[in-house]
Ligand binder design. Structure first.
Ligand code: ACO
Length: 388
């Protein structure tokens, strides 16, 4: 057995892998009530925001500004965002060049980086300038993602139409078609429920990056990079791939037994904070049924429900339940959206949460700088290279 090294620099706080339970800051932006399966943005439940009729823009305003907008404020905010949706030609050229051969999250990260290169005020780190950049990115990320989907399908890029709402225009820029009212409503709801979620990995990555007082583009690129991973936002793609791999509802049990035997995690289940059903999965479940039936992909929903029953029976006692990524893929798939585009849709929404958190932290910024417990040698003898 390897000799156990003395542990150095333990510090005064309890160490848990993955910063479990660690507190990073104080915030009034959102509350993830993990025990009761509730998600609150600035005091309002996501259910009320989804049903309220104010759309994604209302939620983005609420998250960034802190209050629900009055009608005139919302109209002004929508107009401001709509006027910022266009992306410069060099960014369109970049998307045309890279989108066919890389993952759309890479295209998004690179395009956001290029927007920074094109902004002469990139390095002006003030709340005012960062708010201006945040507004532009909230408006432009849907345009980048829409263009990416088009280029990947060999289609021409569609310019934004400021007369549409953000989610309608996003759908139009992706598909070239006007979404039917129900599809537009569901996409809007999807953006609302993905807009913010506490101190998750991508938000934390963006905040850590920004805490060095670097430019906001760099921080958002860090967030995009983190969101892409399969343990975080990338799970929505992985979940649909699982359903497709299972293929037939009748083979779900067999698939799950094999996954268990391999100690494989089932994508779309589990969460660091929720020990109950993720409220976003609760909202999405009936919508996934409706959209799958409508699109003739009911077997995917049936597989999802069978898998849910098996996993919850086996692991529900440990607090493992479906998370937001479990049903979203079935819905986007039924809308005709490519699987690789699911995580970018998450980013279209989450830019509001990333921005709100960064803007909240900036006025009283303090560099994030945790420590690790050192378990290595302390007195190793240096050996010259030829004598090793
Ligand atoms: N399938 C099977 N078992 C699971 C799953 C899962 N999806 N998730 C957790 N577990 C089990 C683990 O094996 C572990 O069991 P053990 O105690 O017997 O070793 C226990 O539950 C705790 O799991 P951890 O991985 O330690 O939990 P952690 O809080 O670190 O991870 C995470 C949370 C990453 C979300 C995890 O549940 C997971 O990998 N899920 C699958 C990926 C996924 O769906 N991610 C999306 C999350 S939502 C979002 O980011 C938008």
């Amino acid at each position: 057995m390897a000799e156990e090294k003395p542990r150095q620099f333990v510090g005064s706080t309890e160490f848990k892998k993955g910063l479990e339970g660690a507190i990073t800051n104080e915030s009034s932006i959102s509350y993830v009530d993990g025990a009761n399966g509730k998600l609150i943005y600035r005091g309002y439940s996501i259910d009320d925001l989804c049903q309220g009729g104010g759309g994604y823009e209302e939620t983005a305003y609420l998250l960034i500004d802190g209050e629900l907008p009055k009608r005139a404020q919302l109209e002004a905010f929508k107009k401001d965002l709509a006027g910022r949706r266009a992306i410069p030609q060099p960014v369109k050229d970049l998307i045309t060049q890279i989108a066919p051969n890389t993952h759309p999250m890479n295209t998004l990260r690179t395009a956001v980086s290029m927007l920074g290169c094109l902004n002469p005020k990139e390095f002006e780190v003030t709340v005012e300038n960062d708010l201006d950049i945040a507004m532009s990115l909230t408006a432009q990320i849907p345009t980048i993602v829409g263009a990416t989907q088009r280029v990947r399908r060999g289609e021409s890029i569609i310019d934004p139409d400021p007369s549409r709402s953000l989610s309608e225009d996003f759908m139009h820029m992706m598909t070239g078609k006007d979404p039917d009212p129900r599809t537009a409503e569901v996409m809007d709801m999807a953006l609302i429920i993905h807009a913010e979620h506490g101190m998750n990995a991508s938000t934390f990555s963006a905040m850590v990056t920004n805490s060095s007082l670097t430019d906001l583009y760099s921080s958002i690129c860090a967030g995009i990079g983190s969101l892409k991973g399969p343990l975080h936002g990338g799970a929505n793609e992985a979940t649909l791939k699982t359903f497709t791999e299972i293929g037939d509802p009748a083979t779900t049990e067999e698939w799950f037994s094999a996954a268990k035997a391999k100690k494989q995690k089932v994508m779309g289940f589990g969460h660091r904070v929720y020990r109950a059903y993720d409220p976003r999965a609760v909202i999405f479940d009936p919508v996934a049924k409706e959209f799958a039936e409508r699109a003739g992909t009911g077997h995917l929903y049936e597989i999802a429900k069978k898998l849910e029953a098996l996993v919850v029976a086996d692991l529900g006692g440990k607090g493992i339940f479906p998370n937001v990524d479990f049903f979203s893929g079935v819905i986007y798939n039924a809308m005709g959206i490519d699987t690789d585009m699911f995580t970018p849709i998450f980013a279209v929404a989450r830019i509001a949460g990333w921005s709100a958190r960064i803007l909240e932290y900036l006025p009283d910024n303090r560099l994030f700088r945790p420590r690790a417990v050192y378990v290595g040698d302390l007195e190793a003898q240096y050996v010259p290279i030829d004598e090793r």
